[in-house]
Design a protein around this ligand. Structure first.
Ligand SMILES: N[C@@H](CCC(=O)N[C@@H](CS)C(=O)NCC(=O)O)C(=O)O
Length: 261
């Protein structure tokens, strides 16, 4: 029998009127809505609470599972829902390459534009408001320093800023080569790749944070329309809503797009 009990989704609090500024949290919540799996959000500002020290993670029947890809595999198996069931072998391979490009390279550049550059930090520091005022500036500085350390180890922080941006545009030009004219990445039906693309596009183009990557997308109306369409279709409560941090919420969707069972 298919498991239909709601899972608990632990993720960063929502801000800027997008599902999540964290691409991995945004990906998982978008995927849950594509798949039509009920969930309850638990806002968790501190990733150290997760079983792998990162967000998102879920709790399913009392068991905590981390990593968006591992969680999706688990839910496909236990819920009998697979938005990728109808994809061809070539589409599956393309989706994996898009995923690796956006998650294993571009996501680090998002961390740079949003958590290291002054323009990003200016907007993102509001997330430290719940921290006691006396230590707020210290915590903000420590988090920025920790992100810089990760980006130095990964390598991108060793490049000139112009080269970082150029490599981001190369990622996107490659991804967009494979994107259909819509409404979704592979055409008429949404798949996991849509959760992945939207998750990195939304923080880039649907937040107030400016960057040369955002400027690139200003000349890509198809992508801007795609980002708005994904938000309106899967998060209608956010479309046109003023950007605000989330409150506790439960999502009990209607049955899923593609059922495997
Ligand atoms: N592979 C993981 C990546 C998750 C991830 O990197 N999450 C970031 C936020 S976007 C995080 O929690 N970072 C905290 C840290 O590394 O300390 C997934 O797909 O869930």
């Amino acid at each position: 029998m298919r498991n239909t009990s709601p899972i608990k989704l632990f993720q960063f609090p929502r801000r800027f009127g997008i599902p999540n500024v964290s691409p991995f949290c945004c990906k998982l919540e978008t995927w849950l809505r594509i798949a039509g799996i009920p969930y309850e959000v638990v806002d968790t500002p501190d990733p150290r609470k997760g079983p792998k020290g990162k967000l998102p993670f879920i709790e399913d029947g009392g068991v905590r599972i981390a990593d968006s890809a591992i969680i999706i595999d688990h839910l496909v198996k236990t819920r009998g829902v697979d938005p990728d069931a109808r994809l061809t072998a070539a589409q599956r391979a393309t989706a994996l390459l898009v995923q690796r490009t956006l998650e294993e390279h571009y996501a680090f550049i998002l961390a740079y534009t949003h958590l290291v550059r002054d323009e990003g930090v200016k907007h993102m520091n509001a997330r430290f408001e719940p921290v006691p005022a006396i230590i707020r500036a210290f915590v903000a500085r420590a988090v920025r320093k920790a992100v810089k350390k990760v980006l130095w180890a990964q390598g991108i922080l060793r490049h000139a800023e112009q080269d970082i941006f150029e490599s981001a545009l190369r990622d996107w030009r490659a991804v967009l080569t494979f994107m259909s004219d819509g409404p979704f990445f592979f055409g008429d039906e949404p798949a996991t790749v849509d959760a992945i693309v939207f998750a990195t596009l939304a923080p880039t183009v649907l937040t107030p944070i400016e960057s040369p990557i955002r400027d690139f997308f200003r000349a890509q109306p198809k992508c801007l329309a795609y980002a708005e369409r994904m938000r309106t279709r899967f998060f209608p409560e956010l479309a046109g809503a003023p950007p605000a941090p989330s409150a506790a919420r439960t999502h009990l969707p209607s049955p899923a797009v593609q059922i495997n069972a």
